[in-house]
Design a protein around this ligand. Structure first.
Ligand SMILES: Nc1ncnc2c1ncn2[C@@H]1O[C@H](COP(=O)(O)OP(=O)(O)OP(=O)(O)O)[C@@H](O)[C@H]1O
Ligand SMILES: [Mg+2]
Length: 241
């Protein structure tokens, strides 16, 4: 599998606080790459650096071998990277379809209004929201709104999705279908997915590899089975092996 994204010695400081320290990692095309770590470990900051909402203090971020650090979010989006936000933020008053159309027009996929509508509809369909296309986004359940976040990211035409806690707040019954949706997206749309998740079991099942961050540093990186046995991970998550 070839490499799609590479972080080289990425550091991010906020004043005196080092949110990420010398992170080196690469994500392969077509993989589901899990990102775990305690609150404040630097997970969302990592997404903001990749998505262009923040600039690294040091280090390089390469997408398809091209450096992207310092580019604007809209430029990065057009290159094929799209992220969802931990706190869902749809345009609540407009329909699910119009939300996805806005994303499609913003991203690389659409050349015309008709194309935007088409890719928006395909994105809604891919996350199971086609029946709710005309529903105001604010009227969807939390699970529906999380799905809409993913549809909006998809509608941009992204090849790389960065999903920030799309399972958080879902009921136990909603988690399983969401996992199936994510696995299907990778299979059917050739996507590469980086997913931040606190629901450990789900992350372990879904991911090909997992990166565990601890206070902004790489604590462990590897296949789920290896992460589940990692002494530092066990100590951090379960208070000792
Ligand atoms: N814009 C900012 N300005 C200052 N400090 C920030 C900023 N964004 C994040 N931080 C700090 O950087 C650290 C990492 O935060 P981040 O949001 O990346 O953590 P996280 O791993 O996503 O945590 P959570 O699981 O709670 O979402 C925290 O100490 C946080 O307070
Ligand atoms: Mg976060």
């Amino acid at each position: 599998m070839s490499e799609l994204l590479r972080l080289e010695n990425v550091t991010k400081r906020f004043g005196g606080l080092t949110a990420l320290s010398d992170v080196c990692v690469s994500v392969r095309r077509g993989e589901i790459f899990g990102l775990m770590g305690a609150n404040g470990a630097g997970k969302t900051t990592l997404f903001a650096l990749i998505g262009g909402q923040l600039r690294p203090t040091a280090g390089r971020i390469l997408f398809k071998d091209q450096p992207i650090q310092g580019k604007r979010p809209d430029q990065i989006c057009r290159l094929g990277i799209s992220r969802t936000f931990q706190i869902v933020r749809p345009f609540a008053g407009i329909s699910a379809l119009d939300n996805a159309i806005v994303s499609s027009l913003y991203g690389a996929a659409a050349r015309s209004r008709a194309q935007a509508r088409e890719s928006a509809m395909a994105a809604l369909d891919a996350v199971g929201l086609a029946p709710f296309a005309d529903r105001p986004a604010g009227e969807l359940t939390l699970s529906g709104q999380k799905r809409l976040e993913i549809a909006r990211a998809l509608a941009t035409g992204a090849e790389l999705l960065l999903l920030d806690e799309v399972l958080a707040g879902l009921t136990a019954a909603e988690v399983e279908p969401m996992l199936e949706t994510l696995a299907q997206l990778r299979r059917r749309r050739n996507l590469t997915i980086v997913i931040i998740e606190h629901v450990m079991g789900a992350l372990m099942r879904l991911s090909d590899r997992i990166l565990a961050l601890d206070h902004g540093e790489v604590m462990a990186l590897g296949e789920p089975a290896a992460i589940a046995r990692d002494e530092r991970v066990l100590a951090t998550y379960f208070g000792g092996a």
